[in-house]
Design a protein around this ligand. Structure first.
Ligand SMILES: [Zn+2]
Length: 274
């Protein structure tokens, strides 16, 4: 597999899982793959597959021991962890008010005259840095909604990571609040595209294209893996049926690309058996 460092993180901690790489366009097959690795039992396509205990995606139990050791031994790791924990602490007191609809493509967030990236002054006030013209409404408000969806997903993952490093259940509880909130809301977000088309294959529910949906989903899957043992069977079932399977299978996998998800998953399954 390909590994990459957590941003500002602890060295070689994986941000993927044991399987295909997921840089850029590979996010689509990898998001679906990670859902399978997260929630499947021990039999896949009639073949026995041994999965490691949770956590098994972003990092393993052995990785956690290494991370904790680095935080104790190295100032750079301690500083990275302090940043991560400070961000997680900031989320503990926040209301998890998930958006009531899916977001729009970040490329729309530019002044039509100058092409300059807009500055967000509020969820409904977006300002051109060249001449100060103010934009509001669709699609600008909806791009900010995309940012919020990505922020919530990243927060769930970071809260899960801090929970694993500190063992403090309050971080897991907040990550769960985000995950279960999406379990409630995800299917209420209509499938839509970058151009606002409804029920368009290649679009997304929380975001507006399957690639963005995949990168968003990967963070949530990693979060669920990190707090897995704090979830009840009912909560796991809710996440499987109302968030992870619909996103991975009905939104992301339906968008067939030259790299075929099932082929890659099959390759992964065989490699794990070898
Ligand atoms: Zn402008």
């Amino acid at each position: 597999m390909r590994s990459e460092s957590v941003t500002g993180g602890f060295g070689s901690v994986r941000t993927g899982c044991a399987g295909p790489e997921y840089g850029r366009d590979g996010a689509r097959p990898s998001a679906a793959l990670m859902v399978m690795v997260l929630v499947l039992g021990s039999v896949v396509f009639g073949q026995e597959v041994k999965f490691a205990p949770h956590p098994r995606l972003m990092l393993s139990g052995a990785d956690l021991v290494e991370v904790k050791g680095r935080i104790e031994r190295h100032d750079w790791a301690k500083q990275a962890f302090d940043r991560l924990k400070r961000d997680a602490d900031g989320w503990l007191g926040k209301e998890i008010d998930l958006p009531d609809r899916g977001g729009q493509w970040s490329h729309w967030y530019a002044c039509p005259k100058h092409g300059a990236r807009l500055v967000t002054e509020s969820p409904t006030r977006h300002v051109c840095p060249v001449d100060g013209e103010v934009f509001s409404g669709y699609p600008y408000d909806d791009v900010v909604i995309s940012h919020r969806h990505n922020d919530f997903a990243a927060a769930a993952r970071d809260l899960g990571l801090v929970y694993r490093i500190t063992g403090d259940a309050k971080y897991a509880a907040k990550a769960k609040e985000i995950l279960l909130g999406y379990g409630e809301k995800y299917l209420t977000y209509p499938l839509h595209s970058n151009h606002g088309e409804k029920d368009k294959v290649g679009g997304g529910r929380a975001l507006s294209q399957s690639l963005s949906e995949a990168t968003w989903l990967i963070k949530l899957v990693q979060a669920a893996d990190l707090v897995w043992e704090t979830l009840t069977p009912q909560e796991i079932e809710k996440l499987k049926t109302k968030l992870f399977y619909p996103a991975a299978v009905e939104v992301i996998q339906k968008h067939q690309m030259p790299i075929h998800n099932i082929v890659r998953f099959s390759h992964f399954t065989r490699r794990r058996r070898a």
